[in-house]
Design a protein around this ligand. Structure first.
Ligand code: ADP
Length: 383
């Protein structure tokens, strides 16, 4: 790549700055010595009685001194100019080469070569710039990798219900499937899955882009959670799983978006039902820990192995993809929930003692300012 003319300009500016120092040095030396010589000659001829002789002597001495002084300063200046030129060029090289490398690398990255990194120079300051640049390049590469993976994942997720729908349609056309409600129900189920996936994707893109609009207002947390539990109770019952709501000692008011909080609660309780086999139990509780209110969803379900626990909030991550896809899981519910929790100033964490040992999801939400916890809820434990 052709070196930008600005780099040449900067090099000569650095050399020029060195030269200015040399010129100023030479001028100051000449001016000061001139003054000193005048004073010295006046003192040297003060003892000579004859005025004419004294003047002649002073002129001769002055001429001799000036000639030698000019030779000395001239040689000194020449040496200084050579030194300034060499050091200026070396300094320019030391500064400009890493800068040029940085410019080159950033252009390559802009052209899509995300694996590009620049060498870290010896100089501390430039090393700091180069290291920061490399960190930025690494992050860009990671984001690009995620983008590529996301496109692949979305295509894969869309293909699954579409393939099933196409299969049903072809079966109907070929007479393999009877045109009966059962077949149409199965097709409608695939369509619902497709629609849910598209809705989730839209939510995901909004929360990831920080474009989600939140309607934050102080609200009591218990009714929000109770509503989600009540809505999902039939689902839990039909699966033979018990769903219990444990009301808190204090009923906290939280500063949240009510719909989004309900969405998170739905996701957590829905997952607990989905991943808890028949005969299992799910407990939902609300409490206060420090300056945050907490919603804790605990189940006695299939649990999450420790090695995959850090990944369950990543988009499209499913511990057992065939099992959760079968039950309609897209693997982005938790990703959206965590983003929503973060956007409201809260947190969402998961814990599990391992496969088969159940899981606990804790959603923390900020308490509403100046809200003193209301008295204990008196509603029954079981919803
Ligand atoms: P999905 O729609 O697949 O449930 P989520 O993002 O909600 O997607 O969850 C991601 C993955 O985390 C699930 O596929 C499942 O493997 C695991 N998971 C979530 N909740 C639970 C739970 N309560 N018990 C066991 N595994 C869970």
């Amino acid at each position: 790549m052709k070196r930008h003319p600005l780099f040449g300009q900067l090099r000569w500016r650095i050399v020029g700055a060195q030269m200015v120092v040399v010129v100023v040095g030479v001028v100051v030396v000449l001016a000061v010595t001139n003054l000193l010589v005048e004073a010295m000659l006046a003192a040297a001829v003060a003892g000579v009685g004859d005025q004419v002789q004294a003047a002649e002597l002073a002129r001769e001495l002055s001429a001799a001194f000036r000639t030698r002084m000019l030779i000395a300063v001239g040689i000194g200046a020449l040496g200084a100019i050579v030194a300034a030129l060499v050091t200026g060029l070396l300094l320019a090289r030391q500064i400009l080469n890493p800068l040029y490398q940085l410019a080159l690398s950033s252009r390559r990255i802009a052209a899509g070569r995300y694996a590009e990194r620049c060498d870290v120079p010896d100089s501390d300051e430039l090393a700091l710039v180069a290291t920061s640049f490399n960190q930025m390049a690494e992050e860009l590469e990671r984001v690009e990798q995620q983008r590529v993976t996301l496109i692949g994942d979305v295509a894969h997720e869309l293909r699954t219900p579409l393939t099933a729908l196409a299969g049903y349609l072809e079966g109907l056309l070929d007479g393999l499937f009877p045109a009966e409600p059962e077949t149409f129900n199965a097709m409608a189920q695939e369509l619902r899955r497709l629609r849910r996936l598209i809705d989730d994707l839209q939510d995901l893109s909004r929360v990831e882009a920080g474009q989600i609009s939140l309607n934050l207002a102080p609200q009591p947390l218990v009714p929000l959670v109770r509503q989600a539990v009540t809505a999902l109770l039939p689902q839990a019952e039909s699966k033979g799983v018990s769903l219990t709501f444990a009301p808190p000692q204090v009923a906290p008011e939280v500063l949240v978006d009510a719909d989004r909080t309900a969405q998170i609660a739905h996701n957590l309780i829905g997952n607990a039902i989905r991943y808890t086999p028949e005969g299992g139990a799910i407990t939902v509780s609300v409490g206060v820990a420090g300056r945050q209110a907490e919603v804790v969803v605990t189940d006695t379900g299939i649990g999450i192995p420790a090695e995959v626990l850090p990944y369950i909030f990543e988009r499209f991550y499913r511990v057992d993809s065939s099992r959760s896809r079968q039950s309609g899981g897209s693997g982005i519910g938790l990703t959206i929930s965590r983003y929503l929790a973060w956007a409201m100033g809260g947190e969402l964490v998961a814990a599990s003692a391992g496969a088969g040992a159940g899981s606990t999801f804790t959603l923390s939400l900020p308490l509403a300012p100046a809200s003193s916890p209301a008295p204990r809820s008196t509603e029954p434990n079981q919803v």
